[in-house]
Design a protein around this ligand. Structure first.
Ligand SMILES: [Zn+2]
Length: 359
């Protein structure tokens, strides 16, 4: 339990029985709906805490620079323009369920000593000539300039300190980053307990030891880029090195987002996520096939009524011949309206085939 100290207030761990996400919650705040899947209420975790990868409070938090007003506007845009939207997919419902949330991410600093080798590339321009024939003016010579790269091998040694290398604190880090975009890390603030009053905090499911393997390529990329700059080159490839890492220092950082949801045709919650910094929205926008089918049924009923009236006019036409013409027109109209019933279904179906987009 000692690991749960340092949060600045009394906290408990809560887990979602549906998606298994774990959160830090101020004591007395439950019950709460899981802001990741919205399919279940969170349950307090009372045992097995020593098996959780990391329970200490974060050092830093990126602030919610996208205000609630911005989030509201983005929600409006998200709900707009969906043909036959499910009844629950409306700005009011989405806005009323917004839950601010923080996701964890690791930053690691460290010293690296290494020998390295690579090929560095320098751009140079080549002028060549192209002969072209056209009917009007015959043969003409055109000067063409193209950029090529000259590659040279390089070796060297480096001894460097690198700051703020990003490493995932969540298994779903890559998926979340794809959904929400990359966060800017230039105005982070020290963690303070009042953060917990405003938002739920997701616990890391990866400790530094597990996240280290993902940080290594980022160290290598940073080193490769530096070697390119040191060589004054435009490109670098085949960068190989034998690094020795020392003095790693890990910082846990929180990233802000808003989460909300709507219920689809089947009554299942569909989460909608909004980046708390950029306002970027991620969520599945789906038309309701039920509503499309309902509209199609109404159109079919109208067509059937028209057809029936035309039939009556047709029978009456046996006695009053001009009515035959009206019956004919009515019959055609009924056919057209009836065929039109397919339109709502096709529109909803086409919309639902579109890939998930970020707004
Ligand atoms: Zn959940």
């Amino acid at each position: 339990m000692s690991e749960l100290t340092g949060w600045g207030t009394e906290v408990v761990i809560a887990v979602c029985p549906q998606c298994d996400w774990r959160y830090i919650v101020p004591e007395g705040k439950m019950p709460l709906r899981c802001p990741h899947c919205f399919a279940a209420d969170l349950e307090p975790v009372t045992e097995g805490m020593e098996q959780l990868p990391y329970l200490r409070p974060p050092e830093l938090a990126a602030p919610f620079t996208a205000t609630k007003t911005v989030a509201d506007e983005r929600i409006e845009k998200f709900a707009d323009g969906i043909p036959f939207a499910p009844r629950d997919l409306n700005p009011e419902a989405l806005r009323s369920r917004v839950q601010p949330l923080y996701l964890p991410m690791w930053l690691v600093d460290g010293d690296v000593a290494a020998t390295w080798e690579a090929e560095v590339g320098f751009n140079y321009n080549v002028v060549s000539h192209q002969e072209r024939y056209s009917d009007g003016s015959g043969w003409a010579t055109r000067e063409v300039e193209e950029t090529r790269i000259r590659w040279e091998p390089r070796v060297g040694q480096l001894e460097r300190h690198y700051d703020n290398i990003v490493a995932p604190a969540l298994e779903q880090h890559a998926a979340m980053e794809q959904a929400l975009g990359v966060y800017a890390l230039d105005n982070t603030q020290p963690y303070a307990a009042d953060i917990l009053e405003r938002a739920l905090v997701r616990l890391p499911d990866r400790a530094p030891e597990a996240a280290w393997a993902d940080a290594v390529p980022a160290f290598q990329a940073a080193a490769g880029e530096e070697c390119r700059q040191a060589a004054g080159a435009d490109h670098i490839r085949q960068f190989r090195w034998s690094p020795t890492y020392t003095g790693q220092h890990w910082t846990l950082l929180l990233l802000p987002l808003y989460a909300t949801y709507y219920l689809d045709d089947e009554g299942q919650p569909r989460p909608v996520l909004i980046n708390g910094q950029s306002g970027r929205v991620y969520g599945v926008r789906r038309a309701s096939m039920k509503r499309a089918q309902h509209t199609a049924m109404i159109i079919l009923v109208v067509a059937a009524v028209l057809f029936f009236l035309s039939l009556v006019a047709g029978v009456a036409g046996l006695a009053v011949p001009p009515l035959i013409v009206i019956a004919g027109i009515g019959g055609m109209l009924a056919l057209c309206v009836g065929l039109g019933a397919i339109i709502p279904i096709v529109r909803a179906w086409q919309f639902n085939r579109k890939p998930v987009e970020t707004l």
